[in-house]
Design a protein around this ligand. Structure first.
Ligand code: NAP
Length: 281
């Protein structure tokens, strides 16, 4: 089975559109998402454009604030503080990477945890790892929803996560632990990745190495989620050798068209969640 991330993401956006309409009629206003973009990084500009377009399509009030590459750090931090105090802004996202002179950590920690739609604030990271309610980073949330589409009850399953980034691997681990999976988290110093993978019922690869995971690494019937996006001479490929793994896996995400579309849909979901929580405070 090929897991169609485009389709699942479109369904999620459809549900969110309905929710936003309901929220608007109940509270008189729609959720608002403000994205801050610093500099001219071409992929970042494309991501921000796509986020803006998708947010608008579901009825979220979308605002993009752009700064030149050389903007002073304090200008960005002051803008975030202003947005923290603006009731019309439900969610704030600062597009990464940032130029070197801007401290990413300071930026993330300045965003109010209740408006942190990326789920990167230490408060949200801590809440997620404690099993409490929190904003969940968009890409792992998307992976989680795709896995749940294939199998509802994950209790007792062995999941192997490849990659331990704060963005992907670590939050993915927390989400699957919460589902009562036994989770192995692997990284570049893992001794025998092939052996670790061969024991997995679920593999999530978030590495950034083209076609790293081979068919012979994967147990028959495993669910394989490929987060990787790697530009190669033959186009975009994931961290999983799709043609090989497809033959043994029960379900696999393609690249493109798997995890990617879910990331933005989950950002919209997080924005709606932040809005809803703000109404009860
Ligand atoms: P990252 O911060 O560079 O982390 C990569 C992780 O992979 C690190 O933990 C690293 O180990 C591990 N690693 C590197 N080489 C390895 C190897 N040979 N064997 C086992 N582990 C290895 O990357 P990231 O931000 O998590 O992104 C990972 C990939 O996902 C990239 O291709 C990125 O473009 C893609 N991505 C996709 C989406 C989407 O929406 N689809 C969103 C975000 C990212 P160490 O910790 O030991 O260095």
């Amino acid at each position: 089975m090929i897991i169609d991330g485009k389709k699942v993401a479109a369904e999620l956006r459809g549900e969110l559109k309905k929710k936003v309409t309901e929220l608007k009629s109940t509270y008189g206003e729609a959720p608002g998402l403000t994205v801050i973009l610093v500099g001219e990084d071409p992929p970042s500009k494309i991501y921000v454009k796509n986020k803006e377009k998708s947010a608008t399509e579901v009825g979220i009030n979308s605002v993009v604030i752009k700064y030149p590459e050389n903007v002073e750090e304090k200008i960005v931090l002051n803008k975030i503080k202003e947005l923290n105090n603006d009731n019309k802004v439900s969610g704030i996202l600062v597009q990464l990477p940032l130029p070197k002179h801007i401290d990413k950590r300071k930026v993330i920690e300045t965003i109010l945890p209740s408006k942190d739609v990326d789920g990167f604030h230490p408060m949200n990271v801590g809440n997620l790892s404690s099993g409490y309610d929190s904003s969940i980073p968009c890409t792992p949330l998307g992976c989680y929803l795709l896995i749940k589409k294939v199998k509802k009850n994950l209790s007792g399953k062995h999941a192997v996560i490849i990659g331990r980034s704060n963005l992907n691997g670590k939050p993915m681990t927390q989400l699957l632990l919460k589902e009562n999976c036994t989770v192995t988290i692997t990284h570049s110093k893992t001794k025998d990745l092939k052996v670790e993978c061969s024991r997995a019922d679920i593999i999530v690869a978030a590495v950034g190495r083209p076609k790293l995971v081979k068919g012979g690494w994967v147990k028959k019937g495993a669910i394989v989620i490929d987060v990787g996006i790697n530009k190669t001479d033959s186009g975009l490929v994931g961290d999983v050798d799709f043609d090989e793994v497809y033959k043994v896996a029960k379900a696999i995400t393609p690249v493109p068209g798997g995890v990617g579309p879910m990331t933005i849909a989950c950002l919209l979901n997080n924005t709606v969640e932040c809005f809803k929580k703000a109404q009860f405070n």
